[in-house]
Design a protein around this ligand. Structure first.
Ligand SMILES: Cc1nc(C(=O)O)sc1CCOP(=O)(O)O
Length: 200
């Protein structure tokens, strides 16, 4: 299967800033995650509508945690954290919703697979501001996880284009990037650098 490229919002950009970047990059990525932990359901809907109006297809939008918002807006999926609804419950009710679980250990990855998750995101693989003070889990642990589960494992955390070959070597099915895209001076150019490395 083609390697997946997910990008994740920072939670710090305005809807206009985020939609402007998303409209430039969506053709080059497989999924755009809306991860805005401080926002209400209504604000999340507004954000999704802004993305849709700027040309991002619903099939590329994934909402972090809020299954209700994802279902109500008819977007592709939901990314579940440890505090979210369990994947099993979500898949039972909404079998066509694309469900990912954020995992941080082999046990959590196995649990995600057993719960029927479509994929998992494992991190953080490299040091990242987003998880300051917590040691990165590294590509070796990533490799252990990719060999233990059958669902696709997407790597996250501090990923730069130069890391991509190491991530593929560890058996990952994709990458998920936040600051490397949304905080870049030129997000489109940066997205193209990741894509080039992914194809390389
Ligand atoms: C949102 C997120 N989740 C992580 C995890 O380990 O579960 S790491 C992370 C942040 C990724 O941001 P960046 O690409 O800027 O390092």
């Amino acid at each position: 299967m083609k390697k997946q490229f997910h990008v994740i919002s920072t939670g710090k950009q305005t809807t206009e800033q985020f939609a402007a970047i998303a409209s430039q990059i969506h053709l080059y990525v497989d999924a755009i995650h809306i991860r805005e932990k401080e926002k209400t359901a209504k604000e999340l809907v507004e954000r999704i509508e802004a993305l849709l109006s700027s040309g991002v297809p619903a099939e590329k939008i994934i909402v972090n945690d809020r299954v209700d918002v994802a279902v109500a807006c008819g977007v592709k999926g939901a990314q579940l954290a440890y505090h979210s609804l369990p994947a099993k419950k979500v898949k039972e009710r909404f079998p066509s919703l694309f469900v990912g679980c954020s995992v941080h250990s082999l046990e959590e990855a196995v649990e995600a697979e057993q719960g029927g998750a479509d994929y998992c995101i494992f991190g953080h693989v490299f040091p990242t501001e987003c998880k300051a003070g917590i040691p990165p889990r590294g590509v070796e642990t990533l490799a252990q996880i990719t060999s233990a589960v059958r669902i696709p494992v997407i790597a996250i955390g501090g990923i730069q284009p130069s890391h991509v070959p190491h991530i593929w070597k560890a058996g990952a099915s994709g990458i998920a990037v936040m600051s490397g895209v949304f905080l870049a001076n030129d997000p489109l150019a940066q997205v193209k650098s990741y894509v080039q490395m992914m194809q390389g």
